[in-house]
Write a new protein. Structure first.
Length: 346
């Protein structure tokens, strides 16, 4: 019998190289739906327990349970985003039709800065210094928004089959994950807590902050209070620095109009109430659910916006948090391996 051309070890190496090359090609080909895949993971984590209750406790057919959960998620998650998006589009079109309004605000703030601070072109300088960055960021966000429909469609398509075959999916996940059963449980719990903290918790913070800022704008006479409240809710996903990007310019605008009392009141309202809502609610949520450091959120947003567009406000911090969880599990696994080796040597 002739000797084979390749040994068993060489065959294994060749097969591994083929798997790596094909995997790299697949990852490259799927680069356009990374947001949909991450969204599927998030939605599955959020609604997994509801699916289990409907199927195992109330004996609903799996397909019916999946469809109901998808419809519920569309109602409470997707439709509000569509409403916010249409509001933003209408506002942008309004500003394009009436650019004089924006020019009046810029001139008023520049006049106040010139009279008070000796910097007559303060706002102009700031706009020119950040125009290139903001322009690129806006293009990225709008480009991502154009692909949202495709991402949502792919996400729900995958999500339906995951809910219908949730036990098989989770068994397969456990089988291919490089963790033992205990570590997989820890990883799953951490994943769930981080997801709930960032999605549910941050959404609560954003709604409350946006509502409070909208109320403050209405009390102190700043126009379009509802619109700016919605913008504040979006910016609230950037901890601490998000809301001041709105109420500080509004304070300057009020001062430029001679409304000193209203400006002072809005400044106190912003720093005394709106900012502290973030601090208090985030602390409570982190204690109850899971802790995401504000630095992780800020860095995650910076990473996420170019990758996922507007959804990067959510996906970026989650992706970074998942990465840190994986490192945490890896370090724990390495310590366990070292302990086993030391015990075997003894």
């Amino acid at each position: 019998m002739n000797n084979p051309v390749f040994s068993q070890k060489e065959r294994n190496i060749i097969i591994l190289l083929i798997v790596v090359i094909l995997g790299a090609v697949l990852l490259y080909a799927m680069r356009g739906i990374y947001g949909a895949i991450l969204g599927t993971l998030v939605m599955y984590t959020l609604f997994r327990q509801l699916n289990i209750v409907l199927v195992e406790r109330y004996h609903w057919p799996k397909s019916l349970s999946a469809i109901i959960i998808i419809l519920v998620s569309i109602f409470i998650i997707v439709l509000p985003f569509i409403g916010i998006g249409s509001m933003l589009v209408r506002k942008v079109m309004e500003l394009q039709d009436n650019p004089v309004w924006v020019k009046q605000i810029i001139d008023a703030i520049n006049q106040f800065a010139g009279d008070t601070l000796g910097k007559p072109d303060l706002l102009k300088e700031q706009i020119e210094s950040s125009a290139a960055y903001l322009g690129g960021l806006l293009t990225t966000i709008l480009g991502g928004a154009a692909n949202v429909f495709i991402d949502v469609t792919v996400m729900y398509f995958i999500l339906y089959f995951l809910f219908v075959n949730y036990r098989g999916f989770e068994r397969g996940l456990l089988h291919y994950m490089p963790f033992d059963e205990e570590q997989a449980g820890i990883f799953g719990a951490e994943l769930k807590n981080i997801t709930y903290s960032n999605i549910v918790g941050q959404t609560v913070v954003a709604i409350v902050q946006g509502g409070c800022l909208s109320l403050g704008f209405w009390i102190f006479g700043v126009g379009d209070a509802l619109f700016w409240g919605v913008i504040c809710a979006i910016l609230s996903f950037i901890p601490l620095i998000g809301p001041p990007l709105l109420f500080v310019p509004a304070v300057l605008l009020l001062l430029s109009k001679g409304q000193t009392w209203e400006a002072g009141g809005l400044l106190l309202w912003g720093f005394g109430l709106v900012i502290n809502i973030d601090n208090v609610l985030r602390f409570i949520i982190n204690k109850k659910v899971g802790d995401i450091h504000p630095l992780i959120t800020v860095v995650g947003v910076i990473i996420g916006l170019p990758l996922f567009g507007i959804m990067g406000l959510v996906y970026g911090p989650l992706l970074l948090a998942y990465f840190l969880i994986a490192i945490k599990i890896y370090k724990a696994n390495k310590r366990l391996s070292l302990k086993k080796e030391q015990l075997e040597e003894r």
